[in-house]
Ligand binder design. Structure first.
Ligand SMILES: [Zn+2]
Length: 244
């Protein structure tokens, strides 16, 4: 499968054709044949917004999981919060993407549950809406193997979402299994599909191009933000050095 919006929309069409109802982590019990679409936002809120728009056009809603403790974006900034509200306004849910490795020393299971509740509360306060789902970013072996129960929050790593659902993921921009063939086969009643919006574009591009463009764009982004916070940035550092 190509990593384009077109190919992603074709996958959604295949799911519809296969009779899969689009459900979320709360209402999947409504119907036996369904798919839960999950998106982890590891690098860019902007690319998440673009995929959320593509899904809206396809009449589909999903869950976008947002990191609180990341150096790549800021859900509390004006732009960051606006991006998340935009995703919500398109009919999608915002969940917490939790990075347990952001904590030192390592969290024990009950501390982990408490930290998830705390971070969900912060995200919820930023958005003014409840946050009641979590997915794990770079989960530890004990998180993967255990069953972390968090009061009031659905853990997308709960055993049910792997045992009762066929789980498919495009981690590291590579489908571990042929997702389209599996959907087309109709073999599984319940599907749980993880995609990372960051890898998807209008045109197909390779992984190094996607990563490289993102890395190179950081200077321009930094320059724009400095220009907002310091008068006459151009007299200090020429714009032409950054926008080549
Ligand atoms: Zn992640």
């Amino acid at each position: 499968m190509k990593f384009t919006y077109e190919a992603y929309k074709a996958l959604l069409a295949l799911l519809k054709k296969g009779g899969y109802a689009f459900r979320n982590y709360h209402n999947y019990g409504d119907t036996s044949r369904c798919v839960i679409l999950r998106h982890d936002i590891d690098f860019s809120l902007e690319s998440a917004v673009r995929l959320a728009e593509a899904e809206r056009k396809a009449g589909v809603s999903s869950t976008y999981f947002v990191l609180l403790r990341t150096d790549f974006y800021n859900p509390a900034s004006r732009r960051g919060t606006a991006a998340l509200r935009r995703i919500q306004s398109l009919g999608h849910e915002i969940g917490l993407h939790f990075d347990e490795r952001a904590y030192l020393p390592e969290l024990l299971p009950d501390q982990l549950a408490r930290a998830v509740i705390e971070e969900s509360g912060i995200l919820s306060a930023l958005l003014g809406t409840p946050v009641s789902t979590v997915s794990m970013h770079r989960p530890s072996r004990s998180t993967l193997e255990g069953e972390l129960l968090i009061p009031g929050i659905v853990n997308s790593y709960g055993k049910i979402f792997f045992r009762d659902f066929k789980y498919l993921s495009d981690s590291r921009r590579s489908w571990q299994e042929p997702v389209e063939d599996i959907v087309r086969s109709g073999e599984y009643e319940r599907l749980h599909i993880l995609t990372h919006a960051f890898w998807y574009h209008e045109k197909d591009e390779d992984i190094s191009r996607t990563a490289g463009d993102f890395i190179r764009s950081a200077n321009r982004e930094r320059y724009r933000r400095m220009a907002e916070n310091i008068t006459d940035i151009e007299s200090i550092f020429p714009k032409s050095e950054v926008f080549k």
